[in-house]
Write a protein that binds this ligand. Structure first.
Ligand code: HPA
Length: 234
């Protein structure tokens, strides 16, 4: 058992999907995995292990934002031996090259968080995913003819910003989407020498103002889960 996860060693698979919402973890376990068993209920941050196409895989909520994800990912890697971690989530579009419902694979994760400034003593680190996972996810998305982009993303500490135009600076430098977790996931994976990736669907758009219905979100969510499972299990 770790501080925030009430599982025994071996209860969690080396490959794990990480949606922000624990109820999404339950949805994935119930709709995509076979023989899924719940391994964590602490703080309702539900986690499950089952199989997909005969291979063992886990899925667990990360919570919203980097501080929450950081707690779970540290423990998943350090205490439970997770080796391949794929975040599945939503993002806001920052460029008209990406459209609502498109998939975005996070090629790099800039951040407005101070976490890496502290970690790297004021210097900059460039959080990036595992090329192997990224390549596999891209191939899986292309094979399904899904609209997929490999692009720079922003991991922000703020969903609600004081300055409504703040995102424009990032967009100017080629960042195509904003979410709130990838930079910490990528940095921790590098710290521990394991692999990570972030797979996102565009749920809202800061340039075009578009939004998705819950039905559309469910459908695109399914495609994203399959792409993530294929990437993580190869
Ligand atoms: N900002 C931050 N995170 C998000 C957004 C957003 O607009 N949309 C989905 N996740």
């Amino acid at each position: 058992m770790s501080i925030h996860i009430a599982a025994h060693k071996g209860d969690i698979a080396p490959s794990i999907l990480l949606p922000g919402d624990p109820l999404r973890a339950q949805f994935i376990a119930e709709n995509y995995l076979e023989n899924a068993v719940c391994f964590n209920k602490v703080r309702n941050m539900l986690g499950f292990t089952g199989t997909w196409r005969g291979q063992r895989v886990s899925v667990m909520g990360s919570g919203m934002g980097m501080p929450s994800l950081s707690i779970y990912v540290n423990e998943l890697i350090r205490d439970y031996g997770c080796q391949k971690l794929v975040r599945v989530g939503t993002c806001g579009g920052l460029s008209d090259t990406v459209k609502v419902r498109d998939l975005v694979l996070g090629l790099s994760a800039s951040t407005d968080s101070a976490v890496n400034k502290i970690r790297f003593k004021g210097m900059d680190y460039a959080p990036a995913p595992s090329f192997r996972l990224l390549h596999r996810a891209y191939e899986a998305a292309r094979a399904r003819t899904l609209p997929v982009h490999v692009g720079k993303i922003l991991s922000s500490d703020s969903f609600y910003t004081h300055d409504p135009d703040q995102w424009k600076l990032w967009a100017k430098f080629g960042v195509v989407a904003v979410e709130m977790e990838a930079a910490e996931l990528y940095t921790l994976a590098a710290q521990y020498g394991v692999e990570a990736l972030t797979v996102l669907t565009v749920s809202d758009h800061l340039v075009t103002g578009g939004d998705t219905t819950s039905e559309e979100r469910e459908r695109t969510f399914g495609s994203m889960v399959e792409v993530a499972l294929e990437a993580v299990l190869g």
